[in-house]
Design a protein around this ligand. Sequence first.
Ligand code: FES
Length: 130
Amino acid sequence: MHKPARKRGRYDQVGCSPLLTRGLVQLHGFAGNYIRTQMEPHLEIFEPYDRLIEITLLGEKRLVPENNSILRCLQYLDAEKISEADLCWNGDCIDCQVWIRSGDKEKALISCRANAIEGMEIVRLSDALT
Ligand code: FES
């Protein structure tokens, strides 16, 4: 009997592994009087890394996995928001643009195509990432 191919879901279209789409881990904890839900990214969606590097994201020091695109690092920091954003993950849509500090100026980068590097300062995010 022929088994129909699995229908592609929205997460497949944005470059997340099937494990992320099927196995979202949600942590429920109390914060004040409401329940806060947070997704944890599965490690297999990242390029291999040995350590976390420090970047500055909108004025805050954050630790992200080395050897990964800026977009993947943003997903590391906020799996739910980035996984649900309407992005191509392949350099076509340009909706993943971020701006980094470069001397006295800002420089635009396509975050799915540029790796995060130690000390990088991201000063602005595109609307799709906020
Ligand atoms: S996600 Fe579309 S260009 Fe980066």
